[in-house]
Design a protein around this ligand. Structure first.
Ligand SMILES: C[S@@+](CC[C@H](N)C(=O)[O-])C[C@H]1O[C@@H](n2cnc3c(N)ncnc32)[C@H](O)[C@@H]1O
Length: 234
């Protein structure tokens, strides 16, 4: 049965699909990632990351992004943290190393300030802001977790490309594992956001947009993702 259109439905689906997702990422099965978006988030994160400081990967999954940042910036003294709501993904991330990975739901970032988390210079999130109210809770918690002048880098589906045939308006959508390989159970529902939906969400979270990037797919010339860079309102 399809997962309900809710933040809880998102977590249930990702819990059920942790193993095939780990294989899909580690075996580089998702072409858009290997061709465009992995490098786009790594390069964008490194261009905003300090020489030394603390970085949090929000919805880190099996942890590839923290490992990539460590290996691509060996000269920097970065202290990396990752959180995710799915225990099997956090365990896979811990086993591979590269950062401190903790089991934590987004809404817990808002309700309890984790004591193990130092003031953050940068928060990154790669295709992990999937839900509705839970995502708003996480983003709303960030200004209090960041150092003054800290930044948030979000990579997400490009609204124009992801909209498809449905109306261009914020709302829940059915997910799909198309292009991710085999072994998956029910797809996770996801909350579609228009460009203005994202900008409103950032503003309501106390974040000010600094820059955007739209990495292009080399075959189609169309955007493979949308990257938003924001900072807490002064
Ligand atoms: C598409 S995966 C991306 C994982 C990773 N960022 C990557 O680039 O491979 C989405 C991730 O968001 C996590 N996630 C979704 N909703 C969450 C929530 N409310 N709290 C914590 N993690 C969540 C899922 O468990 C999953 O690991």
């Amino acid at each position: 049965m399809a997962k309900p259109f809710s933040d809880q439905g998102v977590l249930e689906a990702w819990t059920q699909n942790a193993l095939p997702w780990t294989h899909a990422v580690r075996e580089k099965r998702i072409a858009s990632r290997t061709r465009v978006t992995d490098d786009a988030i790594v390069q964008t994160a490194l261009s905003w990351a300090p020489q030394q400081g603390a970085i949090l990967d929000l919805g880190c999954g099996e942890g590839w992004l923290c490992r990539a940042l460590v290996s691509q910036a060996p000269d920097r003294a970065l202290c990396l943290f990752g959180i995710d709501a799915v225990a099997a993904l956090v365990e896979a991330a811990r086993a591979a190393g590269g950062a401190t990975f903790q089991l934590l739901e987004y809404r817990q970032l808002a309700s309890e300030r984790p004591q193990w988390l130092p003031p953050l210079d940068l928060v990154i999130s790669n295709f992990a802001l999937i839900g509705d109210a839970d995502v708003a809770a996480a983003l709303g918690a960030l200004p209090a977790l960041l150092v003054p002048g800290g930044q948030v880098v979000i990579q997400t589906l490009h609204p124009l490309m992801a909209c498809g045939e449905l109306p261009y308006q914020d709302g829940w959508r059915e997910g799909s594992w198309q292009g991710c390989g085999s072994g998956f159970a029910e797809a996770a529902p996801w909350y579609f956001r228009t460009l203005s939906g994202w900008l409103t969400l950032l503003r309501d979270s106390g974040l000010r947009l600094l820059a955007t990037r739209e990495p292009l797919h080399p075959d189609t010339g169309k955007p493979a993702s949308l990257i938003l860079i924001a900072t807490p309102e002064a």
